[in-house]
Design a protein around this ligand. Sequence first.
Ligand code: ADP
Ligand code: ZN
Length: 437
Amino acid sequence: MTPDINPISKPDFMPVEELRAMQLAKLQKLIPYEYERVPLFRRRCDEKGVKPRDLVTLKDLAKFPFMKKTDLRDEYPYGLTAAPMREINRFHCSSGTTGKPICIPQTKNDVKIWTDGVARCMAMYGITADDVVQVSYGYGLFTGGLGAHYGAEELGCAVLPTGAGNTEKQIMLMKDLGVTAICCTPSYFLHLATVAEQLGVDFRRDTKLKHGVFGAEPWTDEIRAKIEAISGITAHDIYGLTEIAGPGVAGNCEFCHGMHVWEDHFYPEIIDPDTLEVLPDGEEGELVFTTLDRVGTPMVRYRTRDLSRLQVEQCKCGRTMRVMDRVHARTDDMLIIHGVNVFPSQIEACLMKVPEIAPHYMIELSSTETMDLFELKVEVTAETFSDSVAAMETIRKRVAASIKEIVGLSPKIYLVAPGTLPRSQGKIKRVIDNRRK
Ligand code: ADP
Ligand code: ZN
């Protein structure tokens, strides 16, 4: 079934054989280009004894070396840049593993490819030129703001570039200008919703908001359901990373539980993070991307550290581009507490099962001489918050039971008053790990 599609979405439905042939042709151009222009890549290929001409089929990509965030740090700022400065048009930066950021110079066409990814996500969500799109992602070095901005403009939308922060003004503009779609992190939207409530603004009654384009951080199905319930909008997932483009590498359609990857631009692989072997579709592992079109800072087999899976089943929407699972964890975000592996998203899912709990929490880890201490601060909703010790204790026990059941741990839980935990205008930090390293 091919829905009534926006012309911008046409590549999404490309026949699979055509897509694979296109990917191979692009890789056969990219690998020699990278080998010729990026000394680190050439050195690694030589060490492995692999030559660009060894790429004969798509499977042969597995013979080539990986790139990692530490490579971007070590080669900072221009070591991985493959195009001359004359062709560079834009810089974006993201956090590195140490003090220096990682830096991605891009050409005009690189930005165009990225824009195409965002615009195709938005078209897939049902956003059109009739929409008024508020971009509340941060602008600047972070890819969220400009990425969403360019994508929405490409679709012909009316774009309101509020950027992050100044929440009350954002709500006023949203109302007054008839904003129909908002782009921001899911945690910032929750903050917006709280402020709107304090101002007496009801999204359903007082705004025309229909779509939320949420990404840049992991968020659970439970948070998604909560967002949709409090605001009446449809919450769409958008995935990406600065090293590969920015947001718009993948997004969800109305059918898939996951996100279609724009494979004509970004070639995905899933590897076992320990053995580094490529895993077949259907198996979970670390997501690896190769940029098929980028010439400013091409990435060959970039290890994202994000855990996902490429689904085997074809999506009902008719798009041929593979669906990756939503990202809930990174290979480097797993906590081990009392010997148990814990992902913050699991804790979040437990909390959201208790209706009296607001979606704001903080995991704090510390240690004594002999053991780890696991503390959890959780906000209760404004309606529930009271001075009654007995009432609060009942809720606290329900939270404890939920965590015990799913995670198997018994953290020390503190219920705190609404609005007391830190809020973020960008990515939220929900884990403070002060344990001995
Ligand atoms: P972005 O601007 O897209 O956040 P960054 O380079 O700052 O790009 O961060 C990229 C990382 O953010 C990803 O590797 C992933 O861990 C996380 N991320 C981005 N989008 C999503 C999403 N929709 N769901 C889960 N995690 C996401
Ligand atoms: Zn689909």
